[in-house]
Design a protein around this ligand. Structure first.
Ligand code: NAP
Length: 308
C-alpha cells in the first residue's frame, strides 16, 4: 500500500466537525497533520490562522481540504495549487463556474489533483438508481427538496449572501445526483423567491427538459417544517422510481430495493486518494452550471422577509 497522504484541513466549522474529521479519522489513506482556520481548531495537531501560514510552516503537506464557504475558497485553492498541493473542494466547488475552470487549469499546470467533491453523489442508493434509469424509458422526473433552514443552517449568514446560493446550497446536492443519474438536461424556466431582506433565494421552482424532451421539475423550499423531503422521482416504463432520503433509499413501484446507511464522506476521501494516486483530477461542473443558469434565466420574485 502507498504511504498515507499528509493532509491539512482549512475552514474548521460545521461540516469539518460533522463529517471530515470522522471520515479522515477512520481512513488509513490519510494522515491529518495540520489545520488552518481563523477561529476553529482541531485538537492534537498544529493549527494556523491562515492557509499561507500552514503551508509555510508545514511544507511536508501533500494535500489540503478546503471547507470554508464557497465565496472564500478560490484564493485559498489557488495558493495551495501553486504550492503544488492536491486540493479537495467542498461542495459547491466555488461561487462561479469560471473560477473553478481556472482552478482546473491551474491544477493541470502544477501537476496536482483537483477534486470538486459532490457528497450526495456518494449516497448509498444513487448508483442503483442510475443503473435502474439506464435501462428504463423515462417519461418525467421531479426533484422535491424541502427542508427547514432554521434547523440545518442556524446563524449561517454567508449562505444568504451572494455566492452562498440560498436554497440552492442544499438544492445543488439534488442537482449533483440528477446530473449523474438522468440524461443531460437544461433549464427552460425558473422562478426564484427572494425574501425582501435577503440577497439569496429561500425557494425555487425550476423546469428542465432533457435533450430528448423529457420534462424534469425541481421544487426547492427552505421553509419546510415537520417532515423534510430530499426526494427524486421518475416515471418510467419499468415503474415509478422514488430515490428518497437524499439518495439513501430506492423504491420501485413502492417496493424498497436499496436502503443502506450512508458513508458519503468516507467515499469522497476514497475517491480523492484514488485520483491523487492516479495523477488525475475530477471536476464536474454540471451541478454548478445549472445553479448559474437558474440565476441567469430565473424570474426574481420578492417574498416575505426572512428572520432566523
Ligand atoms: P460554516 O461552519 O459556516 O463555515 C465553515 C468555516 O469556514 C467557518 O467555521 C469559518 O472558520 C470559515 N469561514 C466562514 N466565513 C469565512 C470567510 N469569510 N473567510 C474565510 N473563512 C470563513 O459552514 P459549513 O456548514 O461547515 O459549510 C462549509 C461548506 O461545506 C459549504 O460550502 C457547505 O455547502 C458545505 N457543506 C455543509 C454541510 C452542512 O451540513 N453544514 C453539508 C455538506 C456540505 P473560521 O472562522 O475559523 O475561519
Amino acid at each position: 500500500m502507498s504511504h498515507p497522504i499528509k493532509i491539512g484541513i482549512v475552514g474548521v466549522g460545521k461540516i469539518v466537525r460533522d463529517q471530515h474529521l470522522p471520515a479522515l479519522g477512520k481512513d488509513q489513506d490519510y494522515r491529518l497533520i495540520a489545520a488552518a482556520s481563523r477561529h476553529g481548531q482541531v485538537d492534537g495537531i498544529p493549527n494556523f490562522p491562515t492557509i499561507e501560514a500552514m503551508l509555510d510552516q508545514v511544507p511536508e503537506l501533500e494535500a489540503v481540504s478546503l471547507c470554508m464557504p464557497p465565496q472564500f475558497r478560490y484564493d485559498a485553492a489557488r495558493t495551495a495549487l501553486e504550492a503544488k498541493k492536491h486540493v479537495f473542494l467542498e461542495k459547491p466547488p466555488g461561487a462561479t463556474v469560471s473560477e473553478v475552470e481556472d482552478l482546473k487549469t491551474l491544477a493541470a499546470k502544477n501537476g496536482v489533483s483537483l477534486f470538486a467533491s459532490w457528497h450526495s453523489r456518494y449516497a448509498p442508493a444513487v448508483e442503483a438508481a442510475r443503473a435502474f434509469l439506464e435501462t428504463a424509458r423515462i417519461s418525467s422526473a421531479a426533484v422535491i427538496w424541502k427542508e427547514d433552514v432554521r434547523r440545518w443552517h442556524p446563524n449561517q449568514e454567508w449562505i444568504w449572501t451572494p455566492g452562498g446560493f440560498g436554497v440552492f446550497d442544499p438544492g445543488i446536492n439534488a442537482l449533483s445526483i440528477v446530473t449523474h443519474i438522468l440524461p443531460a438536461m437544461f433549464i427552460t424556466s425558473a422562478v426564484l423567491d427572494f425574501p425582501e431582506n435577503r440577497a439569496s433565494p429561500v425557494a425555487a421552482h425550476v423546469v428542465f427538459r432533457t435533450s430528448n424532451g423529457v420534462p424534469v421539475t425541481m421544487e426547492l423550499d427552505w421553509l419546510q417544517t415537520g417532515p423534510q423531503s430530499w426526494d427524486i422521482l421518475a416515471q418510467t416504463d419499468k415503474g415509478a422510481m422514488v430515490l428518497s432520503g437524499g439518495g439513501s433509499k430506492l423504491a420501485i413501484d413502492g417496493k424498497v430495493v436499496h436502503d443502506e446507511p450512508e458513508a458519503e464522506y468516507q467515499m469522497l476521501y476514497m475517491r480523492f486518494a484514488e485520483i491523487v494516486r492516479a495523477g488525475a483530477s475530477d471536476v464536474d461542473l454540471a451541478p454548478l452550471q445549472h445553479v448559474a443558469d437558474a440565476f441567469m434565466l430565473g424570474k426574481r420574485n420578492v417574498v416575505e422577509a426572512f428572520f432566523d
